[in-house]
Write a protein that binds this ligand. Sequence first.
Ligand code: ADP
Ligand code: MG
Length: 696
Amino acid sequence: MARVSDIYGSMVFNEHTMQERLPKATYKQLMRTIKDGTPLDIDVANVVAHAMKEWAIEKGATHYTHWFQPLTGITSEKHDSFIDPTDDGRAIMTFSGKELIQGEPDASSFPSGGLRATFEARGYTAWDPTSYAFIKDEVLCIPTAFCSYTGEALDKKTPLLRSMRAIENQAHRVLELFGEGADRVVTTLGAEQEYFLISEKDYEKRLDLMLTGRTLFGYPPCKGQELEEHYFGAIRPTVNNFMKELDDELWKLGVSAKTKHNEVAPAQHELAPIFAESNRAIDENLLTMEEMRLLASHYGLVCLQHEKPFESINGSGKHNNWSIAAGKKNLLDPGENPMENLRFLVFLTGVIQAVDEYQELLRMSAASAGNDHRLGANEAPPAIVSIFLGDELGAVVDALIGDHDYTSADRVSMDLGVDVLPNFLKDNTDRNRTSPFAFTGNKFEFRMPGSAQNLSDCNMILNTAMAKSLKEFADAMEEVPAEQFEAAAIDYIKRTLTDHQRIIFNGDGYSDEWPLEAARRGLANNRTTADALPCLVDPKSIALFEEFGVLTEPEVRSRYEVKLEKYNKIMNIEIRTMKRLVRRDYLPAINSYAAEVARNIFQVRGVMADADLSPQEARLRQLTDGAARVNTLLEKLHELHYASLEIADQQERATMNAHQIIPVMDDLREAVDAMEIIVAHEYWPVPTYNEILFYA
Ligand code: ADP
Ligand code: MG
């Protein structure tokens, strides 16, 4: 076994490799591009491309690809070989600066939400030097942005990068006020990935899993997660081997996979990396997801990344741990002296304001057909956005709003802005798992995103909304004379916290009372994707994105279109799969078993006229009634399905899917599931939850 330190990052063209492989001047110029965004000239690009190619070939690569994230959210690649045939019948390996910097995938089939129709049919990819190139499966992968020829972003990465620039610019203005504006400011992200592993054999027998990623049918298993024995339990040998190989492969790719453990639900697991700059962290998360799917097959397993593969047991999320760093300073760390405390309070207030103002956008960023089954299912935060601060910080904020002294739990009293805040980082033990947006000592954890999602959307929104808060603070403070800054800042904080205190909620987010209380507070509760998406094209949202140059109005609209269409397409696939399965598998199974019971009654009666056959007759009645109910609901679903396909307006269709069709799908599922538990095992056409979730 190779030592981890030897393999770590061995497949990444990282700073270390660059320094080793590039001429000093080139290295310096490239670093300036990476750190400050200065454009790269073609001569430098040529040198970098050559060094990259030589390095990649030594590592066994034969092809390269621009690796990008179209609006589908998953990564795309098209492999080109380095081969360049010579006149004498041989071939040399070439890779130019131009090929590194720009690519032209024939990308007309990627969703563009109408963007390209009005401009150029083809898009181009452009190197993002802030995320390292890497080798995956003998292919040199170059992380890129994907744009139209007129510069519209056709991907997830470009707006994210723009939002990071926006927050950096505004954070610099705020830090200037504290006399510390020099450092580079980046947002950081640690994405905790949850997933299920099930056996390939069961998977192959479940068309619903194969086509939709989730089970459309299935009665709860006899044993669920109630014994809580799986969470952090010993990891089974096969799964353990999978995880080991996964770690190795990720480490080679420079992905800092850090913790792995069993999750709450049976067959559910989690992997958390060490946080990185948001942009790289998202690339790394996408790579992680891809490796998980690939490597599971080495162990006869399938990795399910859907948000709710199984009804009645926990679904999978992707917690988005988010902070802002200026150089080595974490700006969401309370700090150790009054000035650092004040800076922290300014940033904290900015977050509270941003999350309250743009709560619906944040909720929208986690909206998807899959995540609709998870949010609010008593295992994940509801669709209402609120912030959890914890007792200590909550008391500080209360004191600021109420304009009284702060007394901490251990009775340290202090006069705000003069004394030092307690160290939240170390004693923040009261972690509230039911909050969608929780302060966890020196970062916020946004828990709404689903396991299958690309985190670019929520980070782009968080960053932009935060940039706006910071801008407003800087605008207000830049006119204040330096000697009055502290007092003015505290005053500003008090006012802003007072205006936005409704978003703070330290109670149980899963309780039945919370939605009522949230409604009284005027917080939004957009339960489904169909309800959540329209806020994206709200004038307030468009104004925000435009103000900070993150998305233009057409770019915003295109994203709305793509999300709506995706939702409706997934719904269509699920409905079709459901109908097909009921007609071809479940109804025939129920009917065959009913016939078997009927034959049985008939035969027994033939030999024993006075036998008590009432239990069998009752069972037969249950089966025929059940089949009739399944049939009725199937017809109802069928009608609604066809009616929905007639609706041209995608928003209207989405609303119909969410509010009229899903309830019928739920009923149909329930009717079939009720049969699952009375039909003889050998008649049931698919593996059940008992088998799938507790495989050997
Ligand atoms: P948990 O939430 O499971 O208790 P941790 O709090 O240890 O786990 O961390 C969860 C994730 O948060 C990890 O991926 C970690 O790297 C990340 N994280 C820690 N500090 C920061 C930060 N400053 N910015 C962004 N993510 C962070
Ligand atoms: Mg967490």
